[in-house]
Ligand binder design. Structure first.
Ligand code: 5RP
Length: 293
C-alpha cells in the first residue's frame, strides 16, 4: 500500500494543454479502442462538436414518479428530438420510448436502494450486458459511491460492467454519486473521477465544482456534468456554459430540463451552449426567444 500520509498534492494539471493522445478520434481517451466502442461513442458524442447533450430521466429507479417525470410517454417525445442521448432505465425506455427514435441510449444498469432508505449507496449491476446489447445501448451507466458505505460493492459493480463492456464493445459510463454525507469539493471530484477513469470507464458523469478545469484535465476520459436540483433557467445555462468552458464534453441534465416550465425551449438552449459555443447569456436569450415565439 502506498504511503498516503504526507503525500505531495497534485498541482501541475496543464489545464490549457489539450489531451495528447486523441489521434484522429473526437472522444477523449478513446483513440486506442476498437471499432465497436468508437461507433457507440460516436452516437453519444457528436463527431462535429465532440460534445453531447444527454437527457437524464432515470430518477424513477429510486425516487418513483418525481415532478416532471409523471408521464414519460408524454414527456420524452417532446424532448428526444433535441437530445443526443437518452439516459434512462430499461423499463422506462422499453415501455415509453418509441424504438423508431434511433437515439443513443445510456442505459442505467445499477440500482439497489430507494428514497425510503437513509443510505442510498448500496448499488450493484442489475442489468445484464446481454439485455443492454439487445436494447442497442450505446453505453451502460453504473453509479459509484466513492467514500461511502457502498464503495466496495459499487466499485465491484463498475468493474464488472467495464469487463463486460470490453468483451462486447459497450462503453461504460461511471456515475459519481454524491450522497448526503459526501463532500462536493475539488479534492473529492479529482479523486472520484480519476478513480473511475482508472477502472476503465469510457465516460464519467460527475458534478460541476470549483476548479473544475483541473478535474477535467486530470481525467483521461470525457466528463459529462449532471444538472442537479432545479435552479432558474439562466443559472442552469451558466452551469452548462461553465462546464463546457472548464473542459466537460457535455451535460447529462434532467431536472433542469424536464422541470422547466418550458422544457423544449430549455433543452434547445442547453444544446446551443454545448454544441455551438453560445455563452450562457446568449443561451438564455435564445431560450426566451423560443418561449415568447
Ligand atoms: C443520479 C443520476 C441522474 O440521472 C442524474 O443525476 C439526474 O440528473 P439531474 O441531476 O440533472 O436531475 O445519474 O445518479
Amino acid at each position: 500500500m502506498a504511503d498516503v500520509v504526507g503525500n505531495k498534492d497534485a498541482k501541475d494539471f496543464a489545464v490549457s494543454t489539450p489531451f495528447a493522445n486523441n489521434g484522429e478520434f473526437h472522444v477523449k481517451g478513446a483513440s486506442n479502442l476498437d471499432w465497436g466502442m468508437k461507433d457507440r461513442l460516436s452516437r453519444i458524442f457528436n463527431p462535429s462538436s465532440g460534445k453531447t447533450v444527454m437527457l437524464a430521466f432515470d430518477h424513477g429507479y429510486f425516487m418513483g414518479p418525481t415532478s416532471g417525470l409523471e408521464r414519460l410517454d408524454l414527456l420524452i417525445p417532446r424532448l428526444a428530438p433535441h437530445a443526443d442521448c437518452l439516459m434512462g432505465t430499461r423499463g422506462a425506455i422499453r415501455s415509453s420510448v418509441p424504438a423508431t427514435y434511433n437515439k443513443a441510449i445510456a442505459l442505467r444498469a445499477s440500482s439497489g436502494s430507494s428514497i425510503l432508505e437513509d443510505d442510498l449507496s448500496h448499488e450493484s449491476m442489475v442489468v445484464g450486458m446481454e439485455d443492454a446489447i439487445k436494447m442497442n445501448a450505446s453505453a451502460i451507466a453504473i453509479q459509484t459511491f466513492i467514500g461511502a458505505d457502498g464503495q466496495k460493492e459499487t466499485i465491484e459493480a463498475l468493474n464488472k460492467a467495464v469487463n463486460l463492456g470490453f468483451r462486447y464493445s459497450v462503453p461504460t459510463m461511471g456515475v459519481v454519486a454524491v450522497g448526503k454525507e459526501m463532500e462536493r469539493t475539488t479534492k473529492f471530484f479529482l479523486l472520484a473521477t480519476r478513480m473511475l477513469a482508472e477502472f476503465g470507464v469510457q465516460i464519467v458523469k460527475t458534478y460541476y465544482c470549483e476548479n473544475f478545469e483541473k478535474v477535467a484535465a486530470a481525467c483521461p476520459v470525457p466528463l459529462v456534468v449532471a444538472g442537479g436540483k432545479k435552479v432558474p433557467e439562466k443559472d442552469a445555462l451558466t452551469l452548462a456554459y461553465n462546464s463546457i468552458q472548464g473542459g466537460a464534453a457535455g451535460v447529462d441534465m434532467g431536472r433542469n430540463i424536464f422541470q422547466s416550465e418550458h422544457p423544449e425551449a430549455m433543452i434547445q438552449a442547453v444544446s446551443k451552449v454545448v454544441h455551438e459555443g453560445f455563452t450562457d447569456e446568449d443561451g438564455y436569450e435564445y431560450y426566451l426567444d423560443l418561449v415568447n415565439a
